[in-house]
Structure formats: structure tokens, C-alpha cells
Design a protein around this ligand. Structure first.
Ligand code: NAP
Ligand code: MG
Length: 391
């Protein structure tokens, strides 16, 4: 069978540890035998980030701007322990943070559902995608401790020097204050990214704030979302939480920064496994970067280095590739490439539903005929089914 041809390269961002091993396995077993894979390769592994003073991360983000679609492997965000481990010149910043700042994107996280893994909330028969606004609010706050007897005020000085003041509180005892901000442009970008994604997926957008209490701050978010003028569902955040639990899923839940941080962990846990959660960064001008939501699975990597067998789940990383390939196919009008992505996803889900799965899912699955396989054997089992689907 002739290999599928591509027109434009995908931006390929390689990463670290166990996911770096899986990355190569996925390419060798499931991609290059079928596709004449065209990528522009950037090695975001910590060794190379350190060698290039992290320039490679910036270059990969700029390449993503140029080509429009990227696929990223999980990467280490260095902490103190990584300094001697990788002999680092500096504690380099999170690559995801750097890329997000350059692309100005919104992150969408969607769970992959399979038979046999029942969400802790059994009514959730369809995925809930969480869209988290990744700018401002409490993450860019300034805060102070205020001694008893002090007066705290909000002061805004406009460009002509005119001050607007508002008393926060007159402290009769010791207390604390916090200042938060957001930008109209960032909120509008967030709204636009959510609606673009929703149009792509043909799903509803839910959005919620606390605008009954926060009449200016949260109300601005509500206004920016309404300005789009298309059908969407707005409610108060407390009401949204109650409705989400009672729902069947199948929509995009747009969340303010803090709500998204907290709710995405709740939703991921309730669907069963972080290893089944995909993540895509979408910029307001329609640039897509696909990845798995989990990290580099460090513990499994150390086992792998000792020569022990691993049973690491590759599904989210695999779906990052299929998401990117499908999007490339869509943009370049390559139906064969889009069909390949569909078949590979189908083969992956069939494999798990046939009872062949990695250790993490084996612990959760309610299937009777389940079998635990190692990292590579799982990919081979997917390949058997992929071959049949591709005919
Ligand atoms: P992690 O890599 O997500 O793994 C945490 C634990 O979750 C694993 O030890 C494993 O549990 C389970 N797990 C996660 N993914 C799995 C998979 N695909 N298959 C099977 N089990 C899986 O998080 P971490 O250990 O906290 O972080 C490791 C490194 O990843 C850190 O350096 C961090 O900076 C980085 N990180 C990167 C990203 C990213 O690039 N997007 C995101 C998060 C973290 P068991 O050990 O119980 O099997
Ligand atoms: Mg969180």
C-alpha cells in the first residue's frame, strides 16, 4: 500500500522521559509505516533546552505560528531536583507556559471515553471539555497584609493623572487584601477561542461567572462572551456546577482561570484517568497545538532505565498525534490523512474495548475478559486493528 502523502509539515515537539520513549514507539509502530510523515522537528527534551538556553522552545512556538499545527510530547518543568540531574545552567521555565505566552491560546481538555471505564459520575456518557482561560486573575495578583487601623483602597490613575478611588476596607484588626486584573483583549480572545472550538466540534458552550457579586469584574467576562452574538448558555458558576453534575456531558465548559484550574482536575478524575485526557491549545487566530494532559510519567521511566518492563498508557499521546494529523488534513484538504486519524483513534478504542489495556486502565476497567499488556504490546495490538480498518 502506498504511504499517505502530506503537504505541509507538522511542528513536532519532542519531550522527556517515558513519554519520549512512547513518542518514538508511536511513530515507529503506528505512523511511519502508513504515512510519509512530514514534520519540522524540535527537540524540547530538557537536555536540548539546556544546550540552547531554551531558544528551541521559542523557535518551536514560532514555527507553530508559521505552519498552524503542532504536536507536543510531555516535557519536564525543572524544579530544584532536576538541576543536578540534568546539570542545568538555569531552572528553565515551563515550556507550556512559554508556548502559551507566544501563541496567546486557550487550553481545551477533553477526556477519551471507552466502554468498561465508567466515570465516577455515571450520567456523564459524553465528554465534557474544559476550556480554561489562562491569563490573569488570582494567578497574576498582588497581595498585602494590612495591620489593624489601616485603610485599604483601590486606586486607578488614568493616562491624564486622574485618580479614581474606592475603599476596600477600614481594618479594625489585622487583615489581608488582594488585587487582581484582567484585560479586555485577553477575555475577548478567550471567548473567540471557545466559540471557534465549539463550531469545530459542533458543541454548545457553557460559561459561568459570579457576576451577581462581582458586578464589574465578572460582568466584563459575561459581556465579552455575549458580544459574539451566537447561541450559548450562560449561568452563575454555582448553578453551572450543579448542572454539570446532572448533565450527560457533550459540551464545552468555558471557565475563568481559577475555576478551570480546579474544575479540570475534578472532571479528569471523575472520568477515570489522566492518561485518557487530551489537551489542545487553540490561539484566537486558529493555531492548534495538541498534547496529552499528563506529564512525562517519571516513575515509569526510571523503571524503564533499570530494564524493567513498563505498562504506560500511550492513548493521550496517540490522540495528540491523531488530532494534529486530522487538523493538518483538514487545512490541506487531505481526506486520506483525516481518515487515517479517524481509523487510528477507532483502533485504539477497539483495542481497549476488546480488553487489551495498560496497567492503569486494567485497575479501573469493569470488563471481564481484560488483559494487561506492556507499553509496546499495546501499540502492536492497536496496529493489528488499524491494519484491518485501513483494509
Ligand atoms: P505525571 O507524569 O502525569 O505522572 C503522575 C502519575 O500518574 C504517574 O506516576 C502514573 O502513576 C500516573 N500516570 C500519568 N500518566 C500516565 C500514563 N500515560 N500511563 C500510566 N500512568 C500514568 O506527573 P508527574 O510525575 O507529577 O510529573 C512528571 C514530570 O512531568 C514533571 O517533570 C513535570 O514537570 C512534567 N509535567 C509535564 C506536563 C506537560 O508537559 N504537559 C504536564 C504535567 C507534568 P503511577 O506511578 O501510580 O503508575
Ligand atoms: Mg490544577
Amino acid at each position: 500500500m502506498a504511504k499517505i502523502q502530506m503537504k505541509t509539515p507538522l511542528v513536532e515537539m519532542d519531550g522527556d522521559e517515558m513519554t519520549r520513549i512512547i513518542w518514538q514507539d508511536i511513530k515507529d509502530i503506528l505512523l511511519t509505516p502508513y504515512i510519509d510523515l512530514k514534520t519540522e522537528y524540535y527537540d524540547l527534551g530538557l537536555v536540548h533546552r539546556n544546550e540552547t538556553d531554551d531558544q528551541v522552545t521559542v523557535d518551536s512556538a514560532n514555527a507553530t505560528k508559521k505552519y498552524g499545527v503542532a504536536v507536543k510530547c510531555a516535557t519536564i518543568t525543572p524544579n530544584a531536583a532536576r538541576m543536578p540531574e540534568y546539570n542545568l545552567k538555569e531552572m528553565w521555565k515551563s515550556p507550556n507556559g512559554t508556548i502559551r505566552a507566544i501563541l496567546d491560546g486557550t487550553v481545551f481538555r477533553t477526556p477519551i471515553l471507552v466502554k468498561g471505564i465508567t466515570p465516577y459520575i455515571p450520567t456523564w456518557t459524553k465528554p465534557i471539555t474544559i476550556a480554561r482561560h489562562a491569563y490573569g486573575d488570582v494567578y497574576k495578583n498582588v497581595e498585602m497584609k494590612c495591620p489593624a487601623g489601616s485603610t485599604a483602597e483601590l486606586v486607578c490613575t488614568d493616562k491624564d493623572g486622574k485618580e479614581t478611588r474606592e475603599t476596600i476596607y477600614n481594618f479594625e484588626c489585622d487583615g489581608i487584601i488582594q488585587g487582581q486584573h484582567n484585560k479586555s483583549t485577553s477575555i475577548a480572545s478567550f471567548a473567540r477561542a471557545c466559540f471557534n472550538f465549539a463550531l469545530d466540534k459542533k458543541q454548545d458552550v457553557w460559561f459561568a461567572t459570579k457576576d451577581t457579586i462581582s458586578k464589574k469584574y465578572d460582568h466584563t467576562f459575561k459581556d465579552k462572551f455575549e458580544a459574539a452574538g451566537i447561541e450559548y448558555f450562560y449561568t452563575l458558576i454555582d448553578d453551572a456546577v450543579a448542572r454539570v453534575i446532572r448533565s450527560n456531558g457533550g459540551y464545552i465548559w468555558a471557565c475563568k482561570n481559577y475555576d478551570g484550574d480546579v474544575m479540570s482536575d475534578m472532571v479528569a478524575t471523575a472520568y477515570g484517568s489522566l492518561a485518557m485526557m487530551t489537551s489542545v491549545l487553540v490561539s484566537p487566530d486558529g493555531i492548534y497545538e495538541y498534547e496529552a494532559a499528563h506529564g512525562t510519567v517519571q516513575r515509569h521511566y526510571y523503571k524503564h532505565l533499570k530494564g524493567e518492563e513498563t505498562s504506560t498508557n500511550s492513548v493521550a499521546t496517540l490522540f495528540a498525534w491523531t488530532g494534529a494529523l486530522r487538523k493538518r488534513g483538514e487545512l490541506d484538504n487531505l481526506p486520506e490523512l483525516m481518515n487515517f486519524a479517524d481509523c487510528l483513534e477507532k483502533a485504539t478504542i477497539e483495542t481497549i474495548e476488546d480488553g487489551v489495556m495498560t496497567g492503569d486502565l486494567y485497575l479501573l476497567s469493569t470488563l471481564e475478559n481484560k488483559k494487561k499488556v506492556n507499553t509496546v504490546d499495546f501499540l502492536k495490538a492497536v496496529d493489528e486493528r488499524l491494519k484491518k480498518l485501513l483494509g
